[in-house]
Design a protein around this ligand. Structure first.
Ligand code: AAT
Length: 295
């Protein structure tokens, strides 16, 4: 018998449902589910990939949304291109976490990149992404990419003066049982693994629900780098819809004063969110956010 098409089954009350409860459980996000594609319990977390009307393929870890097809570009472009355009010549890049491959895809748009190492703790995430999230994971097999399956906090400690850019695309500190990457020691190790003119950029949570963690991450990064600035971007399927990222430079390269918009204007690769105006605007912070991160 022919498949009659799943959209017909999605009348209110006649569909499967996905719900993400935000940390502290005040509410959350829900979506209709068309069909489930993949579920597994790895050594570290529960992994789910499903197809939803409007959102497309959705990837979640322990019931927390990591990516959806409609907005993953917003997050990955903002996390990656701000530091990549600020570095004078990024050749060697380290991505910590980011097993779905979205950050690596954006990193490799920069022609100066010779090597991009991705250190993801959970090999199963990478395998699932390669099979079920082909666009997000599309560049994971590029010859410039080296995949390492290890705890990023351990991995980064073996390097001194090695990377031009380090991107931290990690899960939320509120989600993890067994440790996370929001520690003072980890940021210190990242600093040491960077070259003299190295740049770090980390996803540092939404400033609506988990502002304590955003503020803690920012302050811990600030304790390790001479120039640190938080910036914001829209991210519809993350809690609060506005996401924070923290930029840090070892050599004091200021992401606003030292920014060269022509580099972005002349960029040949397609970008759907990031541009030279967004780059500057993203560093303008609302008063309530300024207050959370002030000393
Ligand atoms: N780019 C998709 C967005 C993510 S995925 C974060 C990844 O970090 C996961 O695949 C997870 O397995 C990996 N990870 C977690 N801890 C470590 C670690 N210690 N070392 C290496 N990788 C790790 C993040 C979205 C966050 C926002 C959601 N609200």
């Amino acid at each position: 018998m022919a498949d009659k098409g799943l959209e017909k089954e999605l009348k209110p009350g006649r569909h499967m449902l996905y719900m993400e409860w935000y940390s502290k459980d005040p509410g959350g996000l829900f979506m209709k589910v068309n069909r489930y594609l993949y579920s597994a319990q790895s050594q570290y977390q529960r992994i789910d990939i499903f197809e939803a009307p409007f959102y497309g393929r959705v990837f979640s870890l322990d019931g927390i949304t990591m990516t959806t097809e409609i907005d993953e570009f917003m997050y990955h472009e903002m996390l990656v291109h701000v530091p990549m355009f600020m570095h004078p010549n990024p050749k060697k890049v380290l991505v910590i976490g980011g097993g779905d491959g979205g950050s690596i895809r954006e990193v490799l748009k920069h022609p100066s990149v010779e090597k991009a190492v991705m250190c993801e703790i959970d090999e199963l995430v990478v395998r699932a992404a390669m099979e079920y999230l082909p666009y997000t994971a599309s560049k994971l097999t590029d010859p410039r990419v080296e995949l390492v399956y290890e705890d990023g906090a351990k991995f980064v400690r073996q390097f001194k003066n090695e990377f031009d850019v380090i991107i931290i695309d990690s899960t939320d500190p509120t989600a993890g049982e067994g440790g996370h990457l929001f520690t003072l020691d980890f940021y210190k190790a990242c600093n040491e693994a960077l070259k003299e003119d190295g740049i770090l950029c980390a996803q540092t949570e939404g400033m609506t629900y988990d502002y304590e963690w955003g503020s803690t991450a920012y302050k811990r990064i600030k304790a390790n780098f001479p120039l640190v600035k938080m910036y914001l971007g829209f991210m519809p399927t993350y809690p609060g819809g506005i996401w924070s990222y923290t930029y840090a430079s070892k050599a004091g390269i200021d992401p606003v004063k030292d920014f060269n918009p022509d580099k972005v204007k002349n960029f040949r690769e397609p970008l759907r969110y990031y541009n030279e105006e967004i780059h500057i605007a993203a560093f303008a912070l609302p008063n309530f956010v300024k207050k959370y991160i002030e000393e």
